[in-house]
Ligand binder design. Structure first.
Ligand SMILES: [Zn+2]
Length: 326
C-alpha cells in the first residue's frame, strides 16, 4: 500500500458517528456522518463504522483500502494495549473490546482511544492548545469528558483511565453521579447535571423557567445545548443559576487537577461551552483562581476549544498516524 498521507478518524458518539479523512497536514478532505444505531451491540456499530469510512473515502475518489491509518474515538475509557473498554454509558455497553472486531473488518490494526483524550490531542496538534506543552482538557456535554497531555505526550495511564476528569470527586458525599459515586465533577457540570438541578428548582421549589415544556419537563434526562443557551440568554434565572454554579464547580475541578498536573494550558470545550463558554467563563475563572495552589494564574492559558465537532475525529487521525504512540 503506497502512503498517500491520508488518515481516517472516527468519533463514535451516543447519538452520531462522525468520520473524517485528513491529509498529511491535518486538513479535512472528506467528512461523513450517520446516526448511532441505539441499542445495537459493538459488532453492529463496528460494521456501521466500516461503512461510514467507505462512504467518506468514496467522496474523495479513493478506496478505504488505500487509507492506512485508522483511528476510532470511543465514548469510554479504552486500554490502549488491549483495546478493552470499561463502560460506555451512552451506548449501554459494559466490558467490551473492539480490537479484534475492527481488525477483522478493516484488515489492519485500528487505533482506539477515549474521546476526551483524542479531542485534547486534536486541540493540541491543530487547535487551541498549539504551542503549549502540558495541557488538560474539559469537555462539557451530556457528561464531562477530559484528557491530559504531558510534555507533548498523551497520558493514558493505568488501563487507559487517566483524564477521567468527570469522575474526579470534588465534594465528599456530594451529588450522586451516574457512575455510582457521589460528588464527581460530572454531577455538577454536565447537561445531565444541569437537567437534574433544574428539575429540582422548577418542580420542587416552584421556580419559573423559560425552557419550553416540550423540550424540558419532569421526565427530561437531557437537553440540547442550544435550548439551554436560548433560555440563558433570555434571562431565565434558574438556568443561569444552575449553569453558573456548574461553571464554578468546574473551576474547583480544574484547580484541583492543576495541583496534580500543573498544566500550562486548559482547554474548555464541548457543546455547552460552544454555546455558553463566554457566559460561564467568569464563574469558572473566579473559582479556578481562588482554588489554585502555587501556580500563577497568569501562567495558565485558558482557551476555548477551536476545532469544535471535528476535534475528536481529527485527534483520532493523529493518534492513528502515530500508531497509538504519542
Ligand atoms: Zn462519577
Amino acid at each position: 500500500m503506497a502512503d498517500n498521507g491520508l488518515a481516517l478518524g472516527i468519533d463514535l458518539g451516543g447519538t452520531k458517528i462522525y468520520a473524517v479523512i485528513t491529509d498529511a497536514s491535518g486538513k479535512i478532505l472528506s467528512e461523513a456522518k450517520n446516526a448511532t444505531d441505539n441499542g445495537a451491540g459493538p459488532e453492529k456499530i463496528a460494521s456501521d463504522i466500516l461503512e461510514l469510512g467507505k462512504t467518506a473515502a468514496s467522496q474523495i475518489g479513493v478506496s478505504l483500502d488505500d487509507i492506512q491509518p485508522v483511528g476510532v474515538a470511543i465514548p469510554a475509557p479504552v486500554d490502549p494495549e488491549t483495546g478493552d473498554c470499561l463502560h460506555a454509558t451512552n451506548l449501554g455497553w459494559k466490558n467490551f473490546s473492539l480490537k479484534n472486531t475492527f481488525h477483522k473488518l478493516f484488515g489492519r490494526e485500528v487505533y482506539m482511544n477515549n474521546d476526551g483524550n483524542l479531542g485534547t490531542l486534536g486541540e493540541y496538534v491543530y487547535g487551541a492548545a498549539q504551542g503549549f506543552k502540558t495541557v488538560i482538557g474539559y469537555y462539557v456535554g451530556t457528561g464531562l469528558g477530559g484528557g491530559i497531555i504531558i510534555n507533548g505526550h498523551l497520558h493514558c495511564g493505568n488501563s487507559g483511565l487517566a483524564g477521567e476528569f468527570g469522575h474526579a470527586i470534588i465534594r465528599k458525599g456530594g451529588r450522586r453521579c451516574g457512575c455510582g459515586h457521589r460528588g464527581c465533577a460530572e454531577a455538577y457540570c454536565s447537561k445531565i447535571a444541569f437537567v437534574k438541578a433544574l428539575k429540582k428548582e422548577i418542580f420542587k421549589k416552584g421556580q419559573h423557567t423559560l425552557l419550553p415544556p416540550d423540550k424540558f419537563n419532569i421526565c427530561s434526562k437531557n437537553i440540547k445545548s442550544k435550548q439551554l443557551a436560548k433560555a440563558y440568554f433570555a434571562g431565565d434565572a434558574s438556568v443561569r443559576r444552575v449553569v453558573n454554579d456548574g461553571a464554578y464547580m468546574l473551576g474547583v475541578a480544574a484547580a484541583s487537577a492543576s495541583a496534580i498536573v500543573a498544566p500550562d494550558c486548559i482547554i474548555l470545550g464541548g457543546g455547552v461551552i460552544e454555546e455558553l463558554g463566554t457566559e460561564m467563563y467568569p464563574a469558572f475563572k473566579r473559582s479556578f483562581d481562588a482554588h489554585l495552589f502555587g501556580l500563577d494564574p497568569a501562567k495558565v492559558g485558558i482557551r476555548f476549544a477551536k476545532l469544535g465537532d471535528n476535534a475528536v475525529a481529527v485527534g483520532a487521525t493523529v493518534y492513528a498516524r502515530n500508531k497509538g504512540k504519542i
